[in-house]
Design a protein around this ligand. Structure first.
Ligand code: DC
Length: 233
């Protein structure tokens, strides 16, 4: 029988490609909570910016993006197979937002204050009734500084690059390992050093380094922690 826990907010933050969303999804499913992938929201805005030609290499037409942002509606819905997917103005863009093209520009888009303002407000509204698992970079520090449980995830960069490379190859993308690793290092660097809401561990977050853990091991570790701290007797 499933154990009962209090209604809480669980925040997963951490470095790029260390499996935050996989673990957050597993935890949400186990608890029957809503899962929100905030990276997908920044990726959706990036996809929109690319599609509208607001991005040329690292140059972003900030004013054009700013004035068009009101036309964006990002939602999470189930696709035909029942998988939770990201929709932009009613279009399923789940596959497009995972491309290396979007990955290469997303950190520049997520540095913009007006983009963060809009997405953080949306995320806070999604969590107002608790029972939510949210993953990102600033969830425990900015979006929900009072979240009951904060996990900060990390892993060796080579382990992360290998996992992400395998995933992209399996999806049929033609990429090189070195290119994937460079993208991860570059994103970590920008995410940690940006002026607004940089990636950093909240003081009260628990660090989870999964370099040498299987998915099952990390899942059990987190579930034990949740039941230990939040079970209703
Ligand atoms: O989690 P992800 O790799 O899909 O996120 C894509 C990018 O979005 C990441 O490089 C940084 C940015 N991001 C952010 O700035 N704040 C968040 N809460 C989530 C993601």
């Amino acid at each position: 029988m499933q154990k009962k826990i209090k209604d809480i907010i669980i925040a997963f933050d951490g470095h790029s490609s260390c499996g935050k969303s996989t673990l957050a999804k597993q935890v949400a499913k186990e608890l029957n909570y809503t899962y929100i992938d905030t990276g997908a929201m920044y990726r959706a805005v990036t996809y929109w910016a690319i599609k509208n030609n607001f991005v040329q290499n690292k140059n972003i037409n900030v004013e054009a993006l700013k004035s068009s942002l009101k036309n964006i509606e990002i939602t999470f819905q189930k696709d035909d197979t029942g998988k939770q997917s990201t929709f932009l103005n009613g279009e399923n863009i789940e596959k497009q937002i995972r491309s290396l093209e979007v990955s290469n520009s997303v950190s520049y888009i997520s540095e913009l204050d007006f983009v963060r303002k809009k997405l953080v407000a949306l995320q806070q509204a999604m969590g107002k009734n608790k029972r939510i698992v949210m993953d990102g970079r600033d969830i425990g520090t900015v979006v929900f500084p009072n979240a009951e449980l904060k996990i900060f995830m990390t892993a060796d960069v080579d382990v992360r690059a290998q996992r992400r490379y395998k995933e992209l190859i399996e999806k049929g993308e033609s990429v090189q390992f070195e290119e994937v690793k460079a993208n991860i290092e570059q994103r970590d660097k920008i995410d940690q050093n940006r002026a607004i809401s940089p990636l950093k561990k909240a003081d009260d977050a628990i660090v989870l380094d999964n370099s040498r853990l299987t998915r099952q091991e990390q899942f059990e570790k987190v579930m034990n922690l949740i039941y230990e701290k939040f079970s209703i007797k």
